[in-house]
Design a protein around this ligand. Structure first.
Ligand code: KIV
Ligand code: ZN
Length: 385
């Protein structure tokens, strides 16, 4: 059965913060957690409490303040880690313990130095231990996309029996292609007998630039929860970008929905950039400076007559006041005239032609033509009638 509500699990404060140059202090994380709650994400992963006392305190503080979203804390499968995560989320209205262990042969051999049986036992033991503290336990099979699918089916079946309410399928190193990842999710739906007792979650990294595509393929194949970050920040090339997934669902998927208040997407992106000091690239989908900007004359003409000619969603729906008509060397007479009218100038046809001619000369020299440049052009043109 298709689940039409897709849960948004935000991991900006955990996986996002783990990337170089993106660390945040407690106050900043708390500020962002409040913004994530305004955004109405279902789950906020607040940190990795065993990592440091600071991380523990921050997760605890966030747990005290957040009331609507579930607050999750990450931990390895060790009891010490789980106890620390449990203590950190203990004050939360809706706490979640998220435990993980790697399941790929390469990770088990070179990192964990454990056999499959040992990993299976450790996963089941961790979930049982975590359920003593809280009902809401998530289990992640790290490097799932490079794991033997049969082993994945087995470990997921056992952790669900042990009490896991969510099972997560990370493409930890961003290796999977969309069709492969979709098939992996389909395989899990078909081969884990008790899968209907758990939420099926996906977690994609962007090393090959397909984290969002993989997440969307997973949704089409039965995933119920997507893990993602604001601005797509995260380890190496980042995680799947929350704003892109949410707007892809809102714009193109008639069968599914999220609870996200899309008008809070741009404010969330801007707040994160302000806190970390890292802006997104101008052409970033949904939240980049150029996502709703038009410079080419043909596009400007279309958009000024009907925005839907070149916009597939409204700027207002993502939290912007309006689109941007940028005057530059690719702009046409139509957009220039609109700008002049906005500035209070109604020009005759030949006046407009003359202003436009001068405008193209200025635009050839400058990357962007500002309002003050246009004012100079008008004064110059009209004073030489
Ligand atoms: O990428 C990953 O595998 C993770 C897990 C710990 C969920 O971030
Ligand atoms: Zn990750």
């Amino acid at each position: 059965m298709m689940n039409n509500h897709i849960e948004i699990f935000d991991t900006t404060l955990r996986d996002g913060e783990q990337s170089p140059g993106f660390s945040m202090n407690q106050e900043e994380k708390l500020q962002l957690a409040h913004q994530l709650e305004r955004l109405q994400v279902d789950v906020i992963e607040a940190g990795f409490p065993i990592a440091s006392d600071g991380d523990f305190e921050t997760v605890r503080e966030i747990s005290k303040h957040i009331t609507n979203s579930t607050v999750a804390a990450l931990c390895r499968t060790r009891h010490k880690d789980i106890d620390r995560a449990a203590a950190a989320v203990e004050p939360a209205a809706k706490p979640r313990i998220h435990t993980f262990i790697a399941t790929s042969d390469i990770h088990m051999k070179y990192k964990l130095k454990k056999t499959r049986d040992e990993v299976l036992d450790s996963a089941v033991d961790a979930v049982e231990h975590a359920t003593q503290y809280c009902d809401d336990v998530e289990f992640s099979a790290e490097d799932a996309s490079r794991s033997d699918p049969d082993f994945l089916y087995q470990i997921f079946e056992e952790v669900i029996k042990a009490g896991a309410k969510t099972i997560n399928v990370p493409d930890t190193v961003g290796y999977a292609m969309p069709w492969e990842y979709g098939n992996l999710i389909k395989g899990i739906k078909e081969n884990v007998p008790n899968i209907d007792q758990a939420t099926l979650s996906v977690h994609c990294h962007n090393d090959l630039g397909v984290a969002v595509a993989n997440s969307l393929m997973a949704i089409r194949n039965g995933a119920d929860q997507v893990e993602c970050t604001i601005n797509g920040i995260g380890e190496r090339a980042g995680n799947a970008s929350l704003e892109e997934i949410v707007m892809a669902i809102a714009t193109r998927d008639d069968d599914r929905e999220t609870k996200v208040v899309t008008e809070e997407l741009v404010p969330s992106s801007k707040l994160l950039s302000e806190i970390t000091g890292h802006n997104v690239q101008p052409n970033k989908a949904i939240v980049g400076d150029n996502a709703f900007a038009h410079e080419a004359g043909i596009h400007q003409h279309g958009v000024l007559n009907n925005p839907m000619t070149y916009e597939i969603m409204t700027p207002q729906s993502v939290g912007l006041e309006s689109n941007k008509i940028v005057l530059g060397k690719h702009s046409g007479r139509f957009a220039l005239n609109k700008k002049l009218q906005k500035m209070g100038y109604e020009l005759e046809k030949d006046e407009l032609n003359r202003v436009y001619f001068k405008f193209t000369q200025v635009a050839d020299e400058k990357k962007k033509v500002k309002e003050s440049d246009i004012l100079d052009l008008i004064i110059d043109t009209l004073s030489h009638q």
